[in-house]
Each structure stands twice: as C-alpha cells, then as structure tokens.
Ligand binder design. Structure first.
Ligand code: UDP
Length: 314
C-alpha cells in the first residue's frame, strides 16, 4: 500500500486531499501545526484505518518513521489577511518547510508535490497566465511574503529534482473555493458568504472590476492527483478558466444565499492583482483534466456547508 504525507493536512485543501488519497487506497499521514488549519476538518478521518494525524510545524526537522511514497507539501497560510498577520510564519513554511520536506523526500525516495500558486505570477502582465510566464511580483509588498516564499519553494523543488534526482511535481493553484474554508479568513468567498448569510454589508474591495477565476475544490483535487501520478516535473496550472469580476462574484453570492445584504465598496488592498485566469492548455493535454463543476453547483454545496456554521457564530 502506498503511504503519503500531507503537510497542511488539517487545512482546507489538505483535508480534501487526505480524503481523496484515502479513497484511492493510500495510507495517509496528515501533518499540521494548526496555525491556520483546524482538526475539525479531519475529525471524521481520525480513527479510520490508514489515517494518522500528527500536530507538527514542518519548518523544523521532520521525522517520519517508516516508508513514504509521496509527500504533498500544502502547509501555508493562504489568505492575504493571514499573510499580513503571519508574515514570518508564511515565509518560513514556504522556504524552510519546503526545504525540510524535500530533504525528507530525498531520504525516503518519495515523490514530492509542491503546492505552488498563481501568486507566483503576481499582478500579471500576461493574460491568461501560461506556465512559461515569469510573473510580476513586488518582493517587499504585503503579499511578497507568500509570493516570494512560493517562488523560492519552486526554485528549491527544481534544485532537488536536478541535483538529487527527487521525483518532483509543482502545481500552481488558482483561486479555489468549497466547504472547510475558514469562515472569516479574509478571502473573497468566505467573506462574502459569511456576510451575506448574516445579512451584513458585502465588502467589495476597490471598484470590483478586478477579476478572478474560481475553481471548485473537488475539481482541483482531481487535477492534483492526476499531476502526482503523471511524469511532469515542470509547473502545471490547475484552476477554472471561467473569469469574472469580483463585483459579479459578490452579487452571485448575495443572490444564491437569498440575502438582502447590500454590496459596499472598501479600499483596494495594496498590490491586489487586477486580473487572473489560468491557461489550462497544459493540464488539458498532459493530464486530460479540466474542471467539471459549474459555479452555481459549487456555490450550492459551499453555501450548504457554511450556513449552519455561520449561524453558530456569535
Ligand atoms: N475581496 C473583496 N472583498 C473581500 C475580500 C476580498 O473584494 O471582503 C477581493 C480582493 O481584493 C481580491 C479578490 O476579492 O481582488 C480575491 O481576493 P482573495 O483574498 O480571495 O484572493 P486573491 O486572489 O487576491 O489572492
């Protein structure tokens, strides 16, 4: 039986990844410092044969007894609000955490998959973003702690591949949504949904003309597992190419929740990318992958998960 380590295993994407790997017959160790992760995301897996949770911060030396066939490095704060509050932790988990987990992959002769990000493209000057675009990142801006850590992580991953022959994979993840996002983590969907369900003003930053492309979590996880099982060592974009403005996205959420919330405008955060849409030609041709879940269906499932939890908020 194949054995996988998922760092950030109690987070939004990590917990979905643990489930998908278990369903495919992997034994799974979920590791998480619980800085932004939450054990409630995996409590239904605890006690299940083949699943183990270890609370640990992977910026320190990582020791895992026994064999490992795959390491998937998903630990990191993932919301721009978190980067502002946890800048050093964000830099450390992307740099030191990648180094430690790559070292572990080398020792165990495990395949390594790095969760990278569309943020490596920064505020992109090429649209849609293809994998060969080098990006437009402000290294010292508020998002730089995440963007540069992930850029370093990609460089380190390629260096371990080229120097030590570690079998590596790099996925560049675009905006993703679904159940288990932290209710008020600062990202657009959890903010809008929580606000709409509480009847509060829905806060669009700037004039709302900036664009994003939102992928439902099950589509993203399927793409990641296909990449893991492929032979591609260079980065692959995984995301949904359906692009919309943030204003449209906010109004869609207000409509689908049946809320009477008003959309209000707040200052645009510094270095907020103006547009973002993945070119997924590579994922289509190489992995035979493309997203299947329409925004309406994904939102319904996400609203269903958020509704009772938002009701419990003080
Ligand atoms: N955004 C917004 N209101 C909010 C939270 C986010 O208008 O309450 C905007 C944000 O400025 C950005 C977009 O929504 O333009 C997506 O933001 P998110 O934090 O989800 O991720 P990003 O794609 O910027 O990393």
């Amino acid at each position: 039986m194949a054995r996988a380590l998922v760092t950030g295993g109690a987070g939004f994407l990590g917990s979905h990844l643990c489930e998908a790997l278990l369903a495919r017959g992997y034994e799974v160790i979920a590791m998480d410092s619980l800085l932004t992760g939450d054990v409630r995301n995996i409590e239904h897996l605890i006690g299940r044969p083949g699943f183990q949770f270890v609370k640990y911060d992977v910026t320190n030396h990582v020791h895992v007894p026994g064999k490992l066939d795959a390491i998937l490095h998903f630990a990191s704060p993932a919301s721009p609000v978190d980067y502002l509050e946890l800048p050093i932790q964000t830099l450390k988990v992307g740099s030191l955490g990648t180094h430690k987990t790559l070292g572990l992959a080398k020792e165990k002769k495990a395949r390594y998959l790095l969760a990278s990000t569309s943020e490596v493209y920064g505020d992109p000057l090429v649209h849609p973003q293809t994998e060969d675009y080098w990006g437009n990142v402000n290294p010292i801006g508020p998002r730089g702690v995440y963007d540069e850590a992930k850029r370093f992580a990609e460089a380190m991953t390629m260096a371990y591949h080229r120097t030590h022959g570690v079998e590596t994979r790099i996925v560049r993840i675009f905006n993703t949504y679904g159940p288990r996002m932290r209710l008020r983590d600062g990202r657009a969907l959890p903010m809008f949904l929580t606000q709409a369900l509480r009847g509060e003003d829905v806060t669009v930053y700037g004039d709302g003309t900036q664009t994003r492309s939102f992928c439902y979590v099950s589509d993203l996880i399927e793409g990641i597992i296909r990449l893991l099982e492929s032979n591609e060592t260079l980065p692959v974009n995984i995301g949904n190419p359906t692009e919309m403005t943030i204003e449209e996205f906010a109004r869609e959420i207000v409509k689908r929740t049946g809320s009477r919330s008003k959309v209000v405008y707040r200052p645009l955060p510094k270095d907020d990318p103006k547009q973002r849409r993945p070119d997924i030609t590579k994922a289509r041709t190489l992995l035979g992958w493309e997203p299947k879940v329409a925004l309406g269906d994904g939102l319904e499932k996400t609203i269903e998960w958020f509704r009772p939890r938002v009701a419990e908020l003080a």
